[in-house]
Design a protein around this ligand. Structure first.
Ligand SMILES: Nc1ncnc2c1ncn2[C@@H]1O[C@H](COP(=O)(O)OP(=O)(O)OP(=O)(O)O)[C@@H](O)[C@H]1O
Ligand SMILES: [Mg+2]
Length: 249
């Protein structure tokens, strides 16, 4: 992205952000609360149009495309807070994600119940459930899953759209150490499948352990960029975190 700007009235949430992600890497995007990380995701994924600036993905200008068009380009995000259909079965949540790719009319599809899914879709859904360790939960309601498994399901829904790149917004938020360890393995396994990852996360141990490179945002701008080791000892970064009230690194 080049010169990305997103304003909300008088507030400039993203203020001229330049950021590149290399194919195949896990890139961390960190910064204090309110730095503009989620807004950046919202703009990349087509949830909001940018106020100005440009987003290029695999040599295609995707600036301002609608969410389903961005997803069809292979760029899919997860949400900071769960957006599962809690009263739907686990398996059907993943099928919904799959329809992002096929761009069928989702609600027509849902009204028709299970009958709408092709055999190929169903097979792929089972494979994705197994990948995320959710195979045993296929028939459960999403609401019945333990928290860690709900977050894994959120990733399964995103993976069902067959992305080349995933934007993960705080996948470890609220997790206990065991859930975090398990989720870190899943993120590494996604990359091993060839998926490029842009990871927003406050859990510094997880970020430092997973990322090839890290970009740091503060007040909507790029503050620093480098390897985990470089970022850890960058005085500007330490200062930005100590100056904010939460999430000291
Ligand atoms: N839809 C919106 N309307 C108005 N202001 C918004 C909106 N979304 C975000 N903001 C504001 O934009 C700024 C950046 O918020 P954003 O959610 O992008 O931060 P963040 O880096 O993701 O923070 P956190 O680490 O707490 O999730 C904040 O001041 C926030 O209040
Ligand atoms: Mg956020």
């Amino acid at each position: 992205m080049e010169g990305l700007v997103k304003r909300f009235g008088g507030l400039v949430a993203v203020d001229g952000l330049d950021l590149s992600v290399r194919r195949g890497e896990i890139r961390g995007l960190i910064g204090p609360n309110g730095a503009g990380k989620t807004t950046t995701f919202n703009v990349i994924s087509g949830f909001f149009a940018p106020s100005s600036g440009r987003i290029v993905y695999r040599a295609r200008d995707v600036t301002g495309l609608a969410m389903h068009r961005v997803a069809a380009e292979g760029l899919v995000r997860t949400f900071q807070h769960s957006t599962l259909f809690l009263e739907m079965r686990v398996r059907d949540n993943v099928l919904v994600g799959r329809h992002l790719q096929h761009r069928r009319d989702l609600f027509t599809a849902l009204r028709q119940g299970g009958a709408w899914s092709a055999a190929e879709d169903r097979e792929r859904v089972e494979e994705i459930l197994a990948f995320f360790g959710l195979a045993a939960y296929g028939d459960a309601l999403a609401a019945e899953l333990p928290y860690g498994a709900q977050r894994a399901l959120g990733m399964a829904v995103a993976l069902a759209a067959e992305p080349d790149m995933m934007l993960l917004d705080e996948p470890f938020a609220g997790m206990n150490p065991e859930e975090t360890r398990r989720m870190m393995e899943l993120v590494a396994a996604l990359r091993a499948r060839g998926i490029t990852i842009l990871l927003v996360e406050h859990d510094m141990q997880a970020v430092m352990g997973l990322c090839d490179a890290i970009s740091v945002m503060n007040f909507g701008r790029l503050l620093a960029e480098g390897s985990p080791a470089e970022i850890r000892r960058d005085p500007k970064v330490v200062e930005a975190y100590l100056g904010s009230s939460h999430h000291a690194a």
